[in-house]
Write a protein that binds this ligand. Structure first.
Ligand SMILES: [Zn+2]
Length: 197
């Protein structure tokens, strides 16, 4: 952000009085707006139909052509559950019933929070929306583990199959962090609740 979205004046990066971290602050004395930047929420569904799960093949970047669970950025005025259901309708043309919040991951390196709900598809009615190349049901043995788009989806699926074997679905809370620099940079998942699969 270079110019104030309220008045068009230049923005400077400064710590406002009474604050403790740098913010985008409008340099106009008469405006002086502080433009806070906070994490975005991504809401989505892990969808069961019988023993199978519904995955979407991405028709958009990033990760074009890889498989994911339907999910996307929450819109203003929407509850997280409504956002998850809307994304499912948009990407998989499916109407599902939400059962529980299943995984929540803070992605601190990209300032996003993922909230994935376990949901049920009653009738096998689905088709690719505009952002999907293909939508299909996968049995556990068919999951394309090497072609999944995002680490959080990989983690969510691993927890799911582990929980299914135990016969109990708990909510799993964790953080995905980027550790190290340059070539040594790696992504690590740290679970707070629910354990690692
Ligand atoms: Zn301004």
């Amino acid at each position: 952000m270079k110019y104030c979205s309220h008045c068009g004046s230049l923005i400077s990066i400064t710590v406002p009085e009474g604050d403790n971290r740098p913010r985008h602050v409008c340099t106009s004395v008469s405006c002086g707006s502080i433009h806070y930047q906070n994490p975005n929420i991504v809401a989505g569904c892990l969808i069961e139909h019988g023993d199978a799960l519904l995955l979407c093949k991405r028709a958009i970047e990033p990760r074009y052509g890889l498989w994911t669970l339907p999910a996307g950025f929450l819109e203003n005025g929407e509850s997280v559950e409504e956002g998850a259901l809307r994304e499912t309708r948009e990407e998989a043309c499916a109407d599902v019933e939400i059962m529980q919040l299943y995984t929540m991951f803070s992605l601190t390196h990209i300032n996003q929070v993922y909230m994935m709900f376990r949901a049920r598809l009653h009738e096998p009615l689905f088709s690719p929306g505009e952002e999907s190349l293909e939508v299909r049901l996968f049995e556990e043995s068919e999951i394309p583990w090497g072609e999944l788009a995002f680490p959080v989806m990989n983690q969510t699926l691993k927890h799911y199959f582990e929980d299914r074997r135990k016969g109990e679905f708990k909510t799993h809370i964790g953080a995905v962090k980027a550790l190290g620099e340059g070539a040594a940079r790696r992504i690590e998942v740290q679970m707070l609740q629910g354990g690692n699969p």
